[in-house]
Write a protein that binds this ligand. Structure first.
Ligand SMILES: [Zn+2]
Length: 180
């Protein structure tokens, strides 16, 4: 998709100032309609993750170990428990610090695996939604990311998506004072 042509579905404008809501975090409140925790596949191969010395072809054990962590499982449980609630969207962000370099990625601390892992929460665009998601509201996905290739002078270190962990179906809400 061409940059600048991002099209979101199920989002509206602030009734008070007209600002366009583009992601879950733009809303003061969200009504969590559903959360789907996705299965970890049997094999996690060919995701183009990189150690310091080169590509790592199969990260199945690393990924399974990371997803099984208590703090990550507790976060997924928090998401599950948010269904049916009207919440500040910040309260359903990952419970980790944002990375210093990749400022949109929550770094999973104390990794005991060869690669670093991150959580990213992003809204799905219209072209990524299936027919079942074409509804009144947005869908945010929680993704596990890891290290991608280092592009050197062409862009430096990168991170790359590994796995979708959860989908959050939500409807953005405004505070009473914002509604004319
Ligand atoms: Zn506003």
């Amino acid at each position: 998709m061409v940059e600048g042509e991002r099209k979101l579905t199920g989002h509206d404008n602030c009734p008070s100032c007209g600002k366009e809501m583009t992601v879950m975090q733009d809303y003061p409140l969200v009504d969590v309609a559903g959360v789907t925790i996705l299965d970890v596949p049997e094999e996690v191969a060919d995701r183009f993750t990189y150690t310091e010395s080169g590509p790592l072809p199969n990260i199945t054990d690393e990924v399974k170990g990371t997803v099984a962590r208590d703090d990550l499982q507790k976060y997924l449980e928090t998401l599950r428990e948010s269904v049916g609630n009207l919440l500040d969207p910040k309260s359903i962000l990952p419970p980790f610090q944002l990375d210093n370099y990749f400022s949109y990625a929550y770094r999973i601390p104390d990794s005991i695996t060869e690669l670093p892992y991150y959580l990213i929460v992003r809204d799905l665009e219209e072209t990524e939604l299936s027919w079942r998601d074409q509804r009144d509201g947005g869908v945010a996905v929680v993704q596990l990311w890891s290290r991608g290739p280092n592009m050197g002078s062409a862009g430096g270190p990168t991170i790359t998506p590994v796995l979708d962990l959860a989908e959050i179906q939500y409807k953005g809400q405004f505070l009473p004072g914002e509604i004319k």
